[in-house]
Write a protein that binds this ligand. Structure first.
Ligand SMILES: Nc1ncnc2c1ncn2[C@@H]1O[C@H](COP(=O)(O)OP(=O)(O)OP(=O)(O)O)[C@@H](O)[C@H]1O
Ligand SMILES: [Mg+2]
Length: 457
């Protein structure tokens, strides 16, 4: 019988080579050859293959989508209503963020509800996993665990056990014996994901692949993994803080705009259903602080945006953004200086979304601008620490105008619910908003009299 062979393919130009080389002979790129297993070619058929018959989509039989609800409301919501049978989910996150805790709790809840589960650990021993499970609420101790790194053994076990949900922790530790590369190499990760995907689809097993995130935030391993799987979840937060957010970067079975908020505690991850109340309660109301009425998917979320402006010795000065896009910060600073008379050219500027939350929407612009303006002037927005916190949302245009953003009604309702006054928003946002057509007008509404210069130079 013909045997499977391995070969090396350049991920840039597709050049094939029989052995690994540091530099691709085809395109001269470095480190792009990826090892692949090739199934033995089928015996050559006489003539051309017979054409297949396409089927009208309406005539294709499609079984009803089966969802596995984990009982972790925030996780189920981000997934679009729970895990879909036969789907592959990639869960990424930096070291120690709580990936094993989240998946362990999901499995535990399902096991407690009598569902078949399997936890494959390649990173920790079964004893280590047990120690974590002892801390966790729910049925985490009832989950069957397999400490294994050999792909063949894992695939065979999955086929025999047929769990409804299986967690592979992590995809980078499994090793396919027919490839020579070390576990975690691009070729290995791709092979592991490919084999598991085929098995999951064939047997209707929902599989979670836990993946590590590199220093710059990308999922380690090939980007192609993200194309292969049905859903890519990112678990983030600052390790020193207790809040964690879970968001879907890709979801074939649901929206990608939902965000789940958790808090890491001794007993595991606790869902934070009332995140707005927490974040507003913790807002400092000091100079450089403002509350942003953000939308996270279909849900409004109030978060505190903080800024610090301090004289700098550096050229160019520092621009540090935590929780918002750095380019967005640069744009806001430019518009502040050019159209609103708040120049911070020679100063270091730090902007931070409190709680370790990340806000990825243009509606955050106004909050960044108000926080920076307050910090630069050294004045608290609104009535200061004794008064209700000031809220805001809105996108800033390059000419200094404020532009409307999605769901102003929901943002305003959430802001009202938690007593923010005023809520500064672009014109047309609706009743209850302190509407401002421009950034300059917004500053006038937010800062105490005299803190806004009459006219930009
Ligand atoms: N007793 C405890 N009380 C509160 N939090 C704890 C406790 N023990 C561990 N943690 C938290 O759990 C985190 C580790 O969780 P977990 O092992 O699930 O992370 P991970 O993302 O799987 O990490 P790795 O990348 O190492 O696999 C720690 O960083 C810590 O924040
Ligand atoms: Mg882990």
């Amino acid at each position: 019988m013909a045997r499977a062979t391995t070969s090396f393919t350049c991920s840039e130009c597709g050049h094939e080579a029989a052995r690994w080389m540091g530099r691709c002979p085809g395109c001269s790129a470095w480190n792009t050859l990826v090892e692949e297993v090739r199934a033995a070619a089928p015996p050559a058929r006489a003539g051309r293959a017979a054409p297949a018959r396409p089927v009208r989509l309406a005539d294709v039989s499609a079984p009803a989508e089966v969802r596995l609800r984990t009982g972790l409301g925030e996780l189920d919501r981000v997934l679009g209503g729970g895990f879909v049978a036969g789907s592959i989910v990639l869960l990424g996150g930096s070291p120690g963020i709580g990936k094993s805790t989240l998946t362990g709790m999901a499995l535990g809840n399902l096991a407690a509800a009598g569902r078949r589960t399997l936890y494959v650990t390649g990173e920790e021993s079964a004893a280590q996993v047990r120690l974590r499970a002892e801390r966790l609420a729910g049925g985490a101790l009832d989950v069957p665990a397999l400490a294994e790194t050999d792909l063949e053994t894992v695939v065979a076990t999955l086929d025999a056990e047929r769990p409804e949900l299986c967690v592979i922790d992590s995809v980078q530790t499994l090793h396919a014996a027919d490839l020579t590369g070390a576990a975690g190499s691009v070729g290995q990760v791709r092979e592991v994901a490919d084999r598991l995907t085929r098995l999951a689809k064939a047997r209707g097993i929902a599989v979670v692949l836990v993946g590590h995130v590199t220093k710059d935030g990308a999922l380690a391993g090939p980007r192609v993994l993200e194309h292969l799987v049905d859903c890519v979840l990112q678990f983030e937060g600052e390790r020193e803080r207790t809040y964690r957010t879970l968001r879907a970067l890709k979801n074939r079975f649901g929206s990608t705009s939902e965000v789940g908020v958790f808090e890491m505690r001794q007993g595991g991850l606790v869902e934070v259903a009332d995140a707005s109340a927490r974040f507003v309660g913790e807002a400092t109301r000091a100079p450089g602080s403002v509350v942003l009425a953000a939308m996270e998917g279909s849900r409004p979320l109030l978060v505190e945006v903080q800024a610090l402006v301090s004289p700098s010795e550096l050229v160019p000065p520092r621009r540090i953004a935590n929780g918002i896009d750095r380019n967005r910060l640069a744009l806001v600073l430019a518009v502040l200086g050019r159209h609103a008379g708040v120049g911070v050219g020679g100063a270091d500027v730090f902007v931070n979304v409190a709680g370790g939350v990340r806000v990825d929407e243009p509606g955050a612009d106004l909050a960044v601008a108000l926080a920076v303006a307050g910090a630069a002037r050294g004045v608290a927005l609104g009535g200061g620490p004794e008064a209700p916190p000031v809220g805001c949302f809105g996108e800033i245009g390059l000419t200094g105008e404020l532009r409307t953003v999605g769901h102003p009604d929901r943002r305003l309702a959430e802001a009202r619910k938690f007593g923010l006054t005023p809520v500064i928003a672009p014109t047309g946002s609706g009743p209850g908003a302190a509407e401002a057509p421009t950034l300059r007008a917004a500053l006038r509404a937010a800062l105490p009299r005299g803190a806004v210069r009459a006219k930009a130079a």
